[in-house]
Design a protein around this ligand. Structure first.
Ligand SMILES: Nc1ncnc2c1ncn2[C@@H]1O[C@H](COP(=O)(O)OP(=O)(O)OP(=O)(O)O)[C@@H](O)[C@H]1O
Ligand SMILES: [Mg+2]
Length: 287
């Protein structure tokens, strides 16, 4: 990812977007076979980076907030614990409280809402608190997995706009997992499309969503039949079934469903290659 950009990670349900987003933060399931590793400005990502340089914004706000502390207090605790990672920089209690208050005000929570317990807040306000919590230590990268799907549709755009705005204001890059292609088109600089656990097409949002090149991306977008891009919580699948990530052996995962399949597609996994300003993992991208 580039500094300060918004990269959307999209795929049909089960494509592996959540697992990939978590893997970026080093949060892989116990026992998983992991190859490769994440790096931030060239340094390997460690557990200590989470909550400091890296932030995780989950779908369900309740799992990100402690039920037993008022929101301003938990933000202040986060400020103190993480600032202490830098020796000598640990803020005093009063200073941490002020930083927490400011972060909450920045997402529109002040007064009583700022000092409420999470259960006393509406879903939208809770998700605002989670955004404030994620950004309070000025991370360089924010990873958000469908951060607004738990909200009613009317609130989604507002909260997503707020998340993007706060990331821009603090200079954080945002990795956004989303099924909402209309929102992706509005908010993302780049889009990465996954199929069966693999990236198939990555490039500027307008290009990938406007003129998809990989056969899978083309099929996916063609399956969105309504004029424009409808807002949906789950992407519809082009005809056929996506194999589970990790189950695909040799070859291209999309080969069994693709109209352009040849022997090389069945025998060899396509690596990402640059085509027209993006990266396409396909043996036969259109010219
Ligand atoms: N690279 C991988 N290798 C093996 N298994 C994987 C891999 N990526 C994901 N999985 C597994 O595939 C399943 C679906 O992955 P995941 O939950 O990340 O999908 P998703 O794209 O987030 O789906 P949804 O859109 O429904 O949230 C999970 O059980 C996950 O552990
Ligand atoms: Mg998911």
């Amino acid at each position: 990812m580039y500094a300060g950009e918004v990269l959307a990670l999209v795929g049909e349900s089960g494509a592996g977007t959540s697992l990939t987003a978590r893997a970026v933060l080093g949060l892989t399931p116990r026992g998983a076979a992991v190859s490769g590793r994440g790096a931030l400005r060239g340094a390997p990502v460690t557990a200590a980076d989470l909550g400091r340089w890296l932030a995780w914004i989950p779908q369900d706000a309740m799992s990100a907030l402690s039920p037993v502390h008022r929101v301003d207090r938990q933000l202040a605790l986060a400020v103190r614990s993480e600032a202490s990672a830098t020796p000598g920089a640990r803020l005093r209690r009063g200073e941490a409280r002020a930083v927490a208050r400011r972060a909450l005000a920045d997402v529109g929570l002040s007064g009583r809402a700022a000092s409420a317990y999470p259960y006393a807040l509406s879903g939208g306000m809770r998700q605002r608190a989670v955004i404030a919590m994620g950004l309070v230590n000025r991370p360089e990268l924010v990873v958000a997995d469908e951060p607004t799907t738990a909200l009613d549709p009317a609130r989604r755009e507002q909260v997503l706009g707020l998340l993007r705005e706060r990331c821009a204001a603090t200079g954080a890059a945002l990795l956004l997992v989303s099924h909402d292609l209309a929102a992706v088109r509005r908010h993302a600089d780049r889009v990465a499309v996954m199929y069966a656990g693999r990236l198939v097409e990555t490039g500027p949002a307008a290009q990938v969503l406007g003129q998809p090149l990989a056969p899978y991306t083309r099929g996916l977008l063609a399956s969105l039949t309504a004029p424009g891009l409808p807002r949906r919580s789950r992407l519809p699948a082009p005809d056929g079934v996506q194999p589970p990530p990790g189950s695909v052996g040799r070859g291209c995962a999309f080969a069994p469903r693709c109209a352009h399949t040849t022997a090389v597609c069945r025998g060899e996994e396509p690596g990402p290659r640059p085509v027209d300003g993006r990266l396409i993992a396909c043996h036969h991208p259109p010219d």
